[in-house]
Design a protein around this ligand. Structure first.
Ligand SMILES: CC(C)(COP(=O)(O)OP(=O)(O)OC[C@H]1O[C@@H](n2cnc3c(N)ncnc32)[C@H](O)[C@@H]1OP(=O)(O)O)[C@@H](O)C(=O)NCCC(=O)NCCS
Length: 226
């Protein structure tokens, strides 16, 4: 019991220290604003902070991605990412490169492979796979541009590129590149330029860097401190 209190006190101390650092606070603020912007149901920051497993998986990934950069900490990074998968239902390989204001709604069943690259302002729904099609240890997972939305259940397979401002429809299976400003729907996905953009928020293109109040700060992962 005493050990438990010690761990709890250390965790609270680390959180307080972390939150006293402006970079960590700004990152946390940006993340919580992203939740609000992406999910109309999110109205309370405290509730968002504790109840979005997609956000928890992203925070953990930022810390684990740092560990992945060092050969001696690759194994712990991989093991911890599996623990995060158990806790959040989201499997992000620690090698995956992910930009800012990334959001995973509903979280469960998302898989993001080792050589995936994800730009800024990307949103995924549950059951999305960014998967590989090759057993070679080369670039074998997708590259997702900025302001991309990937609908629930979509599978994007192989080293394909999804261009900026594009959307992948729910349950689509994408095996070829998707041009910028397009939507890809169906199995196999057919790509077509946007017909109409009545709901830019839903299409994932709402938050340009130029409009972001956070464009200039260095991203520091809250998970490092909490
Ligand atoms: C693809 C999507 C982003 C819309 O993109 P869009 O370019 O604005 O598409 P439109 O609504 O203009 O539809 C274009 C065509 O694609 C079809 N289409 C749209 N989404 C589709 C989908 N997921 N699967 C198959 N066809 C789809 C439309 O019926 C339409 O067909 P038509 O040209 O024959 O009329 C959207 O339909 C979607 O799938 N969003 C994901 C939402 C989601 O996963 N929500 C989960 C909440 S829990």
């Amino acid at each position: 019991m005493k050990a438990l209190w010690t761990v709890a006190a250390a965790a609270i101390g680390a959180a307080a220290y972390g939150l006293s650092r402006p970079g960590v606070r700004a990152t946390l603020r940006e993340d919580l604003d992203t939740v609000r912007r992406r999910d109309p149901a999110a109205t309370n920051d405290f509730v968002s902070m504790v109840s979005y497993p997609g956000m928890h998986a992203i925070w953990a990934h930022r810390g684990l991605h740092r560990l992945w950069q060092n050969d001696s900490t690759k194994v712990p990074a991989r093991l911890m990412s599996q623990a995060v998968r158990t806790l959040t239902g989201v499997e992000i390989h620690p090698g995956a490169q992910i930009g800012r204001r990334f959001f995973i709604d509903h979280a469960n069943g998302v898989v993001i492979g080792e050589t995936s690259e994800i730009g800024d302002d990307v949103m995924l729904y549950h059951q999305v796979t960014l998967g590989g099609t090759s057993m070679e240890q080369t670039k074998r997972h997708p590259t997702i541009g900025n302001h991309v939305l990937v609908g629930a259940g979509a599978k994007i397979l192989g080293p394909v590129v999804v261009g900026d401002n594009s959307s992948v429809g729910a349950n689509a299976v994408v095996v070829k590149d998707v041009a910028a400003d397009s939507s890809a729907v169906g199995i196999p996905a057919k790509v077509r330029p946007y017909k109409n953009r009545t709901d830019p928020e839903a299409a994932g293109s709402d938050v340009g860097d130029s409009r972001s109040p956070y464009a200039d700060f260095e991203l520091i992962d809250p998970a490092i401190w909490i």
